[in-house]
Design a protein. Structure first.
Lengths: 158, 158, 158, 158, 158, 158
């Protein structure tokens, strides 16, 4: 059980883009821990319980390799706690890269032994973001095709 | 022997940055194929033989997991040929990301089953490039600290 | 009456940059609908009435081709409602492009038949933004030369 | 016959991306002049005759609104010559924007009365470039799905 | 006493990066005024008194050339008030440049006689930001190595 | 004679942008050495003699503080040779910043005691480049307003 990766985020809500990055990264790792960071100051639209439930539903067919949880520390500290040597991140575009590379550089500074591994999103997922999904929901639009199939029906009811 | 990654490049010459990306990615893969693309139109400063020799010397203590070779096709075709499901790339900065993400998107389009995996260079390697090494050599400067330790003495003599 | 463009925004307040983009795009379209989106969560400094009044004053000499209004839906839905096949946007610089191209890509995904048409701002308008105007006003400075001539006197009194 | 746009380029060769930008811009203009600039210093892979022939074949069903030609002056001077008040450009990504906005700013400086109008490429065309097509051809690959349908068969034979 | 530079900021708290930029710029100027802008809408974590005290402690060995103060106007107006012909800014990366060049362009527009002078941060400081320091403090981590040595002990006690 | 800055370049030819950066930086330094690097591999359009003559003519009214020369080493080595503690660079836009910050980082690595000092070009100079001037000349256009007044008449005759 060596190659553990942390995939941290707010998942407010989880999107098709998140799902795809985890699925495509799965062969690279022995375990991926999808973890909702709860200490971030930003307000979330959906409750932690709701977000956790949707993440669990998304990956329930991969329970042997994907673990779902939440954490309340610095991301890099949580890696140490769970023995994750890798942080997994998806990149949609250059704005993502600017933001993500900055965080990864800070993490390199704090704990150089943890590597951040980046995958590009699939082209068709490059426009999807949790904010975008929330904006559509906010106007009563249909966001179901931007979230994992497993939770599409749930999202519509919101 | 499942997780094979291709690390393609000109390696004209190989730098400390290249070496570090391969070493840090090594635990993620069962084999990394470091391969010099010879079909690229751009003129190289060092001969293919010289470049291959330096790459081999750099990684000679890891012969079991690192394979050195050259290839003369589209990078993505070479992946198929050798059964590599991953292309490994290092990112120094945003200019690299612009260039690399463009190529990775093309490769996604051509063969979606091959994933490009990105690592950030270490901060101290972020300024090193083969062009920079060549420019220093060109002016008779000392480029030895920017190349792998194993070839530093060789580079000085050039 | 075929070529209708929507020019959406907060216009908090309208600037010389907004005015110039609309005026320069006017020959391309049969009608431009300048519309204040009122559903956006961000707080506005000026009231909707005040903002509408200034936009109207700015374009009052072009009433035949420019329509002023407000809307309370997704921008792309409003296009459908009014039969606009185009969204008009000004680009000042790369930061604008990152933001605007992301929104345009989302709109392409939602309704591919609506095209976003981009014009560059004029060089002298490239530094002007509503935020900048508000910051100057906030410190009691003179922002009159950054807003349309028609409302310059009104802005000073604020 | 008022709204004339120039769509300049090397078209070495024309791609699906070029074709799509012109087709989508067509309703905005009375005429689009697709013109191959022949004075640019860069070496072209295909002859001017070949490139012109492919551009003509691509748009032959729109002869009433699309004109094909070549020119040997500054782009902005050619606009004046043919009475084009607009330059049409497609944007795939931020690299394009950096390059294109710089040229558009120069043209604004030289002849402010000519507007550059930008459209985003369609998402699926965002990775396609003439260079990419040439690289595939160079390795004997199949580039037919990246060029206009009308010339796909011709490209394969090259 | 001619070459006066203003180094404005929130300094919430001052970091090693701020300190280094001021120290390296010192030979260029006769006086550098390090000034905390208090009018900015954003909420600060530390009180103005605390921030001022830390800035003073950081530069107390350079009292002859570095002046510490706070101000409550537009930055460019404050330059005029104190006779500063230069605004000094550090650049860590491209995100900084986008933000800083925009502000500098606005200042050029408002008062062209004031020049903004940019230095790059030192490579090892490129990841440090006040936000990052606050985030570490927030989780009870040790941020002492990211702030000036003179205040490291104080920060730990917070 | 302490504050010496090197302003290196190809100056093929010198533009209004170069002139403005030097003039605006002049109060900051005791001497600015404007130096044409002759070792760069890229081919120049104008001869070294011609380029030197134009640079000299541009700054001939400031002979006491501005020195004109050429050099044939690494830029950073030339700084040491002439005792320059500063490299002066102008930034027009983000593309410049990407390129210039990379070079400055390399120079920091090679000789940390030399600082690169950046000024923004004036807004009206942000589109001017030597390449642009050459392209206009190449087509027989009038480039005189993009070069220093002192050499405008000379350029027209070319």
């Amino acid at each position: 059980m060596d190659r553990i990766a942390l995939f941290p985020g707010s998942f407010d809500p989880i999107t098709k883009g998140h799902e795809s990055v985890v699925q495509r990264a799965l062969p690279l790792f022995d375990k991926i821990v999808v973890a909702i960071g709860t200490n971030i100051t930003k307000d979330c639209f959906f409750s932690l319980e709701q977000r956790l439930q949707w993440v669990e539903k998304t990956f329930e067919s991969n329970k042997s390799k994907i673990e779902i949880t939440s954490f309340d520390t610095l991301t890099i500290e949580y890696c140490r706690l769970i023995g994750a040597k890798y942080i997994l991140r998806g990149l949609r575009n250059q704005i993502d890269f600017q933001y993500e590379s900055n965080i990864a550089r800070i993490n390199q500074e704090l704990h150089p032994e943890v590597e951040t591994v980046f995958l590009l999103t699939k082209p068709e997922d490059a426009v999807i973001s949790s904010s975008f999904v929330k904006e559509i929901l906010n106007f009563g639009g249909d966001a179901s095709r931007f979230v994992p199939t497993a939770i599409a029906a749930d999202i519509i009811k919101k």
